[in-house]
Ligand binder design. Structure first.
Ligand SMILES: [Zn+2]
Length: 122
């Protein structure tokens, strides 16, 4: 354990804000980062998620990027659509979408309500 890891949250003395991507400093001796525009984010001790205190939204770091942690199937749909649009603009044709295992319950409940199965293939 380095000296810095004692004083700072697990993502170090600074990380970038999930909303505006500006660097935000950690508050020493807390698990909190402070964005000038979006306020306080706290690291959840159990999951290591970054939690926006004002909205309660959870974010998880993967490959140097924060990903919103979803509690509704609509949020997942929205994120998939954004990613597909972005790839389409870059000239890619998507052939497969992989959804994290932890969302299996959310997605299954959504599909069981009779929504079109082909939705994710487009
Ligand atoms: Zn921000």
């Amino acid at each position: 354990m380095t000296l810095a890891s004692i004083y700072y949250p697990i993502y170090g003395p600074e990380t970038f804000c999930p909303h505006c991507r500006q660097l935000m400093p950690a508050l020493t001796l807390t698990d909190t980062y402070l964005c000038q525009r979006h306020g306080a984010f706290e690291v959840d001790a159990a999951s290591d998620d970054l939690v926006h205190l004002q909205s309660g939204r959870h974010w998880r770091l993967w490959e140097q990027k924060w990903y919103r942690q979803h509690t509704h199937a609509d949020g997942i749909r929205f994120e998939i659509h954004e990613a597909l649009d972005s790839l389409y603009i870059q000239g890619y044709r998507v052939t497969k979408v992989t959804i994290a295992q932890r969302y299996r319950g959310l997605i299954n409940a959504y599909l069981e309500r009779g929504r079109p199965l082909g939705y994710f293939g487009k």
